[in-house]
Design a protein around this ligand. Structure first.
Ligand SMILES: [Cu+2]
Length: 109
């Protein structure tokens, strides 16, 4: 999860109508999601929403396929990600507040 060239790279695999990872914690800034749809013949997308009016998604696309979504997540807080047709596919990511060093985002979902 180390930022590469100022961009945080996150990879999420969609398989059997589920995401392989459902919780991320990142620093504010540019994020590049790679969504790897491994469900052959099943249409998924990758949708991210949260603070600051973030609401962005990839097109629905039949697997197997790989999509990328680049966002700038500058506002600390909790963001959600999901696949629109499948309620079983959801997760969240927390953008930490760099102005609060040592403050860990406490657990709970
Ligand atoms: Cu889906």
């Amino acid at each position: 999860m180390e930022p590469t060239g100022g961009v945080t790279e996150l990879t999420v695999v969609g398989k059997n109508l589920a995401f392989d990872i459902e919780c991320f914690e990142i620093q504010p800034g540019k994020v590049r999601f790679t969504f790897d749809n491994q469900d052959s013949g099943v249409s998924h997308n990758f949708h991210v929403g949260g603070p600051g009016g973030v609401n962005s998604q990839t097109d629905l696309e039949r697997g197997k396929t790989t999509q990328t979504l680049e966002l700038e997540l500058t506002e600390p807080g909790r963001y959600d990600f999901w696949c629109d047709p499948h309620a079983t596919m959801e997760g969240h990511l927390t953008v930490v507040d760099p102005a609060a060093p040592g403050s860990t985002v406490s657990g709970g979902s």
